[in-house]
Design a protein around this ligand. Structure first.
Ligand code: CO
Length: 213
């Protein structure tokens, strides 16, 4: 049996087990999804949203990309955000990074990863430049990478608040709250690093007048 065939076999066993534990499981989820959370996480295979938060299918709407970035020209991420906020009406958006993130490590090097990876990682280099004063006094190596990981998460939380999608929902519905987390691969524990409650003020240059009086 090849490795991918094993996945299909495991799927059959999983589906059978779910129905044994809860006969209505699939019929309940088939026609409706009402997740309370949107998760924007790293594509890293070691950080699966549902498993590390003890949640089930139907509970978290998920978007993942390299280094959990919120880039304002990313039509994919913005579509997920708009749908989650305006249609699913999620109450919380969580940006979850993780210590030891390969994307952030790569951005701190001078290696040419060629297009398109260079384009993507440039967003992290910009976070570094924005927080250069703080980062340059952190010892080079793991400690500096990990602090940059936290600051990158913080900036993505702020990037979400800069969108008219979030500002409109804050103004009309006082949600979603936005949370920045970092997952620790070495012990499985999540650290909360930055939060923006609905309605938090941001630099006025980012505020759209329609939604901020
Ligand atoms: Co990562």
């Amino acid at each position: 049996m090849t490795s991918y065939e094993k996945l299909l076999l495991e799927n059959k066993a999983w589906a059978k087990e779910m129905v044994q534990d809860d006969p209505e499981f699939f019929s309940r989820l088939e026609h409706i999804q009402t997740p309370e959370f949107l998760w924007i996480g790293c594509s890293d295979s070691r950080v699966p949203a549902n498993q590390i938060t003890g949640t089930e299918p139907g509970e978290i709407f998920v978007h993942r990309n390299i280094a959990n970035l919120v880039v304002n020209t990313d039509v994919n991420m913005l579509s997920v955000l708009q749908y989650a906020v305006e249609v699913l009406k999620v109450k919380h958006v969580i940006v979850c990074g993780h210590y030891g993130c390969g994307g952030v490590k790569a951005a701190l090097t001078n290696q040419d990863y060629k297009q398109v990876l260079n384009m993507w990682l440039r967003n992290i280099k910009d976070v570094y430049r924005l927080h250069k004063n703080e980062l340059d006094v952190v010892p080079e190596g793991e400690a500096r990478v990990n602090r940059l990981i936290e600051l990158t998460v913080k900036e993505q939380v702020i990037n979400l608040a800069k969108t008219s999608i979030i500002q409109k929902a804050w103004s009309e519905d006082n949600r979603p709250h936005i949370h920045g987390w970092v997952y620790n691969l070495s012990d499985g524990v999540i650290k909360s690093v930055y939060d923006m409650e609905a309605g938090t003020k941001l630099d006025p240059v980012y505020e759209y007048q329609d939604y901020n009086g």
